[in-house]
Ligand binder design. Structure first.
Ligand SMILES: [Zn+2]
Length: 196
């Protein structure tokens, strides 16, 4: 099973638009579980945060004392229970601003050695992007993900490989959604979940 989380930040629309479209995806083998929109409250208000300055992606593995903490705890418990072989986390980046996401289109990881094949998948994906097989421009990569993020926590606590995709919000929305979908489909095909 691949577990996909989209819409952690409510104003990163390409991630959760792609997530909503992927709920209709046809899978030939295995399971794709889609959690979209993870931060419904934020998405409804076109806002990064769950409420106030509560960032869902700094709230893992969760706590009882805030809305973002309780939401993080519920998502984290669901991932732990479903125990997927891979997690995808769809985001978007803006220009550099303190405390926000990275600049530009990028792929984020915490550890590429958490399983035997994650590094291979990661670099095959980067190659496919560099070669122009998928996406419109090259992607950079960054790691580790910040403390309290889903990426960091799933890697370090659950030892499950997780890839965070950041499309760049300077491009048109259709371009960004297409890139998100192409990357997810690349991963599904790599995992043998999109047969003929
Ligand atoms: Zn984000």
């Amino acid at each position: 099973m691949i577990y996909l989380v989209a819409g952690t930040h409510g104003d990163e629309k390409a991630g959760w638009y792609a997530g909503l479209l992927l709920r209709e995806a046809t899978i030939s083998c295995g399971d794709l579980y889609v959690l979209s929109i993870a931060n419904r409250q934020g998405a409804a208000a076109n806002r990064r945060y769950v409420t106030g300055k509560e960032d869902l992606n700094r709230s893992y593995p969760g706590s009882a004392d805030s809305q973002s903490g309780r939401l993080a705890a519920a998502i984290y418990a669901d991932i732990r229970e479903k125990s997927p072989e891979f997690v995808l986390d769809l985001h978007e980046a803006i220009t550099v601003q303190e405390g926000r996401d990275f600049l530009g289109s990028s792929l984020i990881f915490t550890s590429l050695t958490v399983t035997e094949d994650f590094g291979d998948l990661f670099f095959d994906l980067l190659d496919a992007i560099d070669e122009g097989e998928i996406c419109f421009e090259s992607f950079g990569y960054n790691g580790p993900a910040p403390n309290g993020s889903l990426n960091y926590t799933v890697t370090t606590e659950l030892k499950i490989p997780i890839l965070t995709v950041e499309t760049f919000r300077g491009y048109p929305i259709t371009h960004r959604v297409e890139e998100q979908l192409e990357i997810v489909e690349y991963v599904l095909a790599w995992k043998g979940m999109r047969g003929e």
